[in-house]
Design a protein around this ligand. Structure first.
Ligand code: PLP
Length: 487
């Protein structure tokens, strides 16, 4: 048996490359990533390839090892080329992502040391780090020291966590679901209704409250609906506001909704996944007044702090609510000593047990840069949106309302001769976006607002600067001329 064990050991030891192999592999990976970074300004934001990555499947996982250089070739051709390039400053669609460098180094170290950040007992330092970051986020939005939170993989999961916390805090049992009423607008991110369904609340009454001309929840309509529902014997218990809708960047009237929520004892949740971190700027802070009045809130560092994908966060004003919804005990965890009062373990505050040590990817860039460049970058984005809003109007486009944050909606109405029907205007703009995507230097997305096909300018990549916006303006003007000629 010992002989067999030793033979297996020889094979198993291959999982630990020696220093020379590590050095070589590391060098290849660094060369690969450096090439990417040095070219990212020039590369397209959107690329369509013939196979759309299908070639990857021609190389299945097998018993045979592959060299790093071959693996990197596969990665380059089939993964890092086709589709959207979220690391590009030219990504001005949806809500752009980020990918700041020091976060990657944080991940690198987190993966090598592999600290167990689920329990304080296992890694007091890692848990303290994550809690410290959450406390920092809580202080930004004006939550008291009694708040607690969790670093999640993204905004959708963070919103799910908040919905479950609200459900438990409001003691909604299975038998209460059908009489329970939840209030939001059609502009809330779809992950909220998804979360409601996952949380067993899909059969609740969901009221889509009317929005005003800027797509913000109408406070009066909300209150009237709550009154009506109560009169009918229903149980209103949750209102969800958006602090920066994904579609238009609109901010629901937070202070007014808070007042209504308090008056009727509703849990007040704010989805600030997109807009939340704008509180770091002076303008943003003013516009986002009222965040602190919520019972729970979601922010997305992989949006507003430019981190690579994989980091959202939820904060709950009273930590006992988050604990009550997520804490659990098991026999095999009996050795873990209790947490100190001020440091709760992520495992007790989330659905996860073993998890990625996500704190490090946020802590390292915040420490190495300090907050100032983040604040500047966010303010730059607000101003770029304002700039684009003015310039695109000068170029003859129709726009939606002045941007509240960094999203502008706009469309072009062709004017050569006859007046076009709405559906033809829509078609023109659909063609326009296809032309821009085909060009690929800048990526934009669209939405449907009151049946109008609108193009969206969504500015949140840390690599988007004035020259990027000027390039988009130039491309749009060019493509409009081309399409108008063909009309
Ligand atoms: C992006 C976004 C979400 C979803 O977050 P993910 O990180 O993509 O899961 C939720 N709400 C808003 C307002 C968003 O912009």
């Amino acid at each position: 048996m010992k002989r067999r064990i030793l033979v297996l050991e020889q094979h198993a030891r291959k999982l630990e490359p020696d220093p020379a192999s590590r050095k070589k592999a590391r060098k290849q990976v660094i060369t690969y990533t450096e090439t990417f970074l040095n070219r990212v300004e020039k590369e397209k934001a959107f690329v369509e390839t013939a196979g759309n990555g299908i070639g990857l499947l021609a190389s299945p996982v097998s018993e045979q090892p592959m060299s790093m250089s071959k693996a990197l070739r596969l990665l380059h051709e089939h993964v890092d080329t086709p589709g959207l390039n979220p690391a590009s400053g030219g990504h001005l669609g949806y809500i752009p992502g980020g990918g700041i460098y020091y976060a990657a180094l944080g991940d690198y170290m987190a993966d090598i040391m592999n600290r167990y950040a689920g329990y304080f007992y296992a890694s007091p330092g890692a848990v303290r780090m994550e809690n410290m970051l959450l406390k920092w986020a809580a202080s930004l939005i004006g939550y008291p020291a009694t708040a607690a939170g969790n670093l999640s993989s993204g905004g959708s999961i963070a919103n799910l966590s908040a919905v479950v916390t609200a459900r438990e805090a409001k003691k909604i049992k299975a038998r209460d679901v059908e009489k329970g009423v939840i209030y939001l607008t059609t502009h809330a991110h779809h992950c909220i209704e998804k979360a409601l369904r996952i949380a067993g609340l899909g059969e609740s009454v969901i009221r889509h409250i009317r929005v005003d001309a800027q797509y913000r929840m109408d406070r009066v309509a909300l209150e009237n609906q709550i009154r009506k529902d109560k009169k009918e014997g229903l149980n209103p218990w949750l209102v969800v506001a958006s602090a920066g809708t994904t579609d238009t960047g609109s901010i629901d009237p937070l202070e007014e909704i808070a007042r209504v929520a308090r008056k009727y004892s509703l849990w007040f949740h704010i989805d600030a996944a997109y807009g939340g971190f704008f509180v770091l700027t002076k303008t943003g802070k003013k516009k986002l007044k009222g965040l602190e009045l919520s019972d729970s809130i979601v922010l997305d560092p992989h949006k507003g702090l430019f981190l690579p994908y994989g980091l959202g966060l939820v904060l709950v004003k009273k930590k006992e609510h988050l604990l009550r919804a997520h804490q659990f005990q098991a026999n095999y965890l009996q050795d873990s000593s209790p947490d100190p009062e001020e440091e709760h373990s992520p495992a007790d505050l989330s659905a996860e047990l073993t998890k990625h040590f996500r704190g490090l990817r946020l802590w390292l860039p915040l420490k190495l840069h300090g907050i100032k460049p983040f604040r500047a970058c966010l303010e730059e984005k607000l101003l770029l949106a304002e700039y684009f809003y003015k310039e695109i109007q000068k170029a003859g486009f129709e726009t939606g309302a002045e941007p509240e944050l960094s999203v502008v909606t706009y469309r072009y109405i062709p004017r050569n001769g006859k007046k076009l029907a709405e559906k033809d205007i829509n078609l023109f703009n659909e063609r326009l976006i296809k032309e821009v995507q085909k060009d690929g230097r800048i990526f934009i997305s669209s939405t449907l607002l009151d049946n109008r096909f609108m193009l969206r300018f969504a500015c949140l990549s840390f690599r988007t600067h004035l020259h990027t916006v000027d390039l988009l303006l130039k491309i749009l003007k060019e493509k409009v001329r081309k399409l108008e000629r063909a009309l």
